[in-house]
Design a protein around this ligand. Sequence first.
Ligand SMILES: Nc1ncnc2c1ncn2[C@@H]1O[C@H](COP(=O)(O)OP(=O)(O)OP(=O)(O)O)[C@@H](O)[C@H]1O
Ligand SMILES: [Mg+2]
Length: 451
Amino acid sequence: MTQQHAQPPLMNVNVILVDDERAMRESIAQWLTLADCSITTFSDSAEAVSHVTPDFPGVVVTDLKMPGIDGLGVLESVMAIDPDIPVVLITGHGDVNSAVDAMRQGAYDFIEKPFEPERLLSTIHRASEKRDLVLQNRALRQQAVRSNSLEESLIGECPALRQIRADIKQFAAIDINILLVGETGTGKEVVARCLHNLSSRHEKPFNAIDCGALSAERIERDLFGEAGSRSSPGPFELAQGGTVFLDEVTNMPPDQQIKLLRVLEQREVQRVGASEANTLDIRLLSAANSTLSDVVANGHFRKDLYFRLNTIEMTLPPLRHRDDDGVLLFQVFTKKACQLYQRELPDITAQDITAIRTHAWPGNVRELKNAAERFVLYQTMRVQEVLHVTDTTVNRTLSDQVHAFEKSIIEYALTQCNGSISHAAEYLRVPRRTLNDKLQRHGIDRDEFIR
Ligand SMILES: Nc1ncnc2c1ncn2[C@@H]1O[C@H](COP(=O)(O)OP(=O)(O)OP(=O)(O)O)[C@@H](O)[C@H]1O
Ligand SMILES: [Mg+2]
């Protein structure tokens, strides 16, 4: 950055000045400019107010007597935009009553004409210091709220998870490329979103691209956008100012890998059919399962791209390596599911806890979250039974899963009803005949359920 002043000002003060009298406006502007203030002048009060935003980092100085909206009107409008913006009124000699009114309404101070420039300047400096403090406090509070949300979004007390949260806080604000590595369901996308939410880009888009779901014919356009008559921006341009999350990045075909590398190196993207490239301002995060280094080793993934993506690599541990986080997460997800589905909080028994601890959780946190939801929905099912239902659903087609799920629900109903078909039919709200048909189809023997 170039320095405009030989000696930097002690404080850069922003001032919006409103005065209908030209001579007054110009002389105040001149004094303040000499004192290193950045000043914007207005003769029209309505126009001045339209330039004030809730995050305005400065002071409003307004004359009291003006045609149209007067100084008290300006004060009222500014208070409505942000009551913490300091407003200084310049009053005529003897306007004491109005000045007192203005102070009651929240003006920072008033200055009676005629006045010494130094008097105005010192008032503006004090007001500006106060404004800076307010804005700093606000920023700190917002940051605290966002950090709290990190603890809530990425739950876990094992050392690895604590370290990951610390890393997120440390690296969120820096625009480095981070590669998130971990088995399915370990929280890679959660971490990516936290990194985005804690960065200065948080108000801009977070755009996830599932590299495994791109269709072969459209891949170029879906990745880089299209120029010409069907002009449309791609996901990189749509994330302008924000974050792009390349999910399942190992699934990116070789031809696109080299184009992606170019996008990352040059920080610009050329739409399909375009003659020129558009500059990008994005932060890049990506995710891969733990086999990424194998994919690089066997030549399916470009080494140079791999090194580009992982300036820093963060590894999400599988649930089975996370101490007692399984139980903690199960409790949290159970509570959340109860709120969501408006159910009573079920007891988690010692037997349930053993089941949670001994299960291998191949689907990691996703699988556990699913199990906790079922646990809440089938109020009387124990975790062991819920896991039986969940277990049978891993790696199956939809109809297989529906079939297995239906079977387990019927078995569960029969357990609850001690093998009575009529009670189970009532419990499941299906006609008796339908239930009988289903028992046959699933090969369920009701005698096994009679106690
Ligand atoms: N530490 C955690 N705290 C709270 N919720 C979590 C945590 N880790 C994962 N989850 C939840 O588990 C589910 C799966 O997480 P996520 O989608 O981030 O996993 P992933 O690693 O991206 O999985 P995949 O590789 O299958 O895409 C989500 O519902 C997410 O909210
Ligand atoms: Mg994911």
